[in-house]
Design a protein around this ligand. Structure first.
Ligand SMILES: Nc1nc2c(ncn2[C@@H]2O[C@H](COP(=O)(O)OP(=O)(O)O)[C@@H](O)[C@H]2O)c(=O)[nH]1
Ligand SMILES: Nc1ncnc2c1ncn2[C@@H]1O[C@H](COP(=O)(O)OP(=O)(O)O)[C@@H](O)[C@H]1O
Length: 387
């Protein structure tokens, strides 16, 4: 696919520039970006709240304004924005002013994820994702039948590498088990409330599993990503399929039992389910294993026979076999100048500082972007050129 024309934004406060218009009142700064027959107005009087700016769409053909459903968390209201239309239906939005580590954002208006959400919600949808520097490792989706050992393997990983992995806490309508804590193992949710939140687009995926509703909220994944950790999702096969269709660029692992008999023994030994619930889980297990192995969703299949061996293999798959403990790597802080102009050259966005006796530049290399809404767009490489 060819790249959409870049919109160059010079001196935003000067008003119109190459199709981008910016109001200058400090409180109502907005930027409008034209894509085809539509104008996307970001920020300004349409500010959603103090936490995230709003978005309005003008359709030239019908001359109608409308408010789309805005998924994900966007930038907070700011002193101004610069914008570029990128390929794959996303707009790069650079926010002026502090905080510095929250300057780069992407508004997806026609990405595969947004298109899927439009279909699902039957409404106009746009979605924010925050730009993250560097190439943090991809999230890990782990699926497998009930009792196969997913939770055990995930606990082992989190215990050995506490600073590296974070668990995405799902919502569920099932009742808590005696050892489970609300907000830690699951967010135990009321069915009606959860259904409403799904309708409002707050979930990355959801599915009915063993007669209960389960789902991953966008917020639960963002909380892990924001803490700088690699996110682990323990979700069923249907959920994994939905994540695969979303723009969350993840690794998909399916865990298989050595036999159905062993699976049954483990479920019984765990002692957390009634006989009826065990039977239901075993009935579902056969279909899940079949789908897990043959659906093409999972790139990696792990057999959990001997636990220690399986854990070793899991670490090897994740490139951790040689590692004993890992701490987060700090990326050098680079400040985006508050007063700047923006231009684009191929895969590079050049932010030129203005207003002072300086020609310092920041170059954003966006050639290897990955991930996207809802959540984070990773892979932005930043270089500072000092004069
Ligand atoms: N789609 C989806 N499935 C989930 C989610 N959270 C948990 N599950 C799956 O729901 C199933 C039942 O989980 P749970 O009630 O904890 O029982 P367990 O698998 O026997 O420990 C498992 O296959 C989980 O992987 C979620 O957020 N979304
Ligand atoms: N390789 C294994 N061999 C024997 N028991 C295991 C193994 N892996 C896990 N278990 C046990 O099986 C039970 C189910 O494991 P769990 O992690 O709760 O499964 P899941 O999260 O997939 O439902 C637990 O009691 C756990 O201690």
């Amino acid at each position: 696919m060819g790249e959409a024309p870049a919109i160059s934004v010079d001196h935003l406060e000067n008003g119109h520039s190459n199709g981008v218009y910016v109001k200058s009142e400090p409180k109502n700064i907005e930027i409008s970006v034209e894509i085809g027959d539509r104008t996307f107005v970001i920020g300004g009087n349409h500010e959603r709240n103090n936490f995230s700016i709003g978005v309005q769409i003008h359709d030239k053909n019908s001359n109608n304004w409308f408010s789309p459903i805005v998924l994900g968390t966007g930038p907070k209201p700011s002193q101004g924005y610069s914008a570029f239309v990128l390929e794959q239906g996303r707009i790069l939005v650079i926010k002026k002013g502090p905080p510095r580590n929250e300057s780069i954002w992407f508004l997806e208006v026609d990405s595969p994820y947004v298109r899927e959400q439009k279909k699902l919600l039957g409404k106009e949808v746009v979605a924010w994702s925050k730009g993250v520097r560097g190439n943090a490792e991809k999230p890990i989706v782990i699926s497998g039948p009930s009792g196969v050992g997913k939770g055990t393997l995930i606990s082992m990983l989190m215990k050995e590498f506490p600073s590296m992995f974070g668990f995405s806490v799902s919502h569920t309508t099932r009742s808590p088990r005696s050892m489970e804590r609300d907000g830690f193992h699951y967010h135990f949710a009321d069915k009606k409330v959860m259904e409403k939140e799904i309708k409002d687009g707050k979930f990355l995926e959801f599915a009915s599993v063993h007669g209960n509703l389960y789902g991953t909220s966008i917020e639960s994944v963002e909380m892990v990503t924001d803490s700088g950790k690699r996110c682990i999702l323990d979700i069923d096969v249907q959920g994994a399929r939905s994540v695969r269709a979303s723009s969350l660029d993840a690794i998909f692992i399916f865990v298989c039992p050595p036999s159905m008999k062993e699976l049954e023994d483990r479920l019984r030994a765990r002692g957390t389910e009634t006989e009826e619930q065990i039977q239901k889980r075993l009935r579902n297990a056969e279909a899940e294993i079949k789908e897990g192995i043959s659906s093409g969703v999972f790139g990696l299949i792990l057999y959990n026979d001997n636990l220690e061996e399986c854990y070793k293999k899991l670490k090897k798959l994740l490139g951790l076999d040689e590692v004993t403990s890992v701490n987060g790597v700090e990326i050098e802080e680079i400040n985006l100048p508050t007063e700047h102009t923006v231009s684009k050259m191929e895969d590079k966005i050049i932010i030129q500082e203005t207003g002072k006796e300086t020609r310092n530049k920041i170059v954003l290399d966006i050639s290897s972007l990955n991930g996207g809404a809802p959540g984070r767009t990773r892979g932005i490489l930043v270089d500072a050129i000092k004069f």
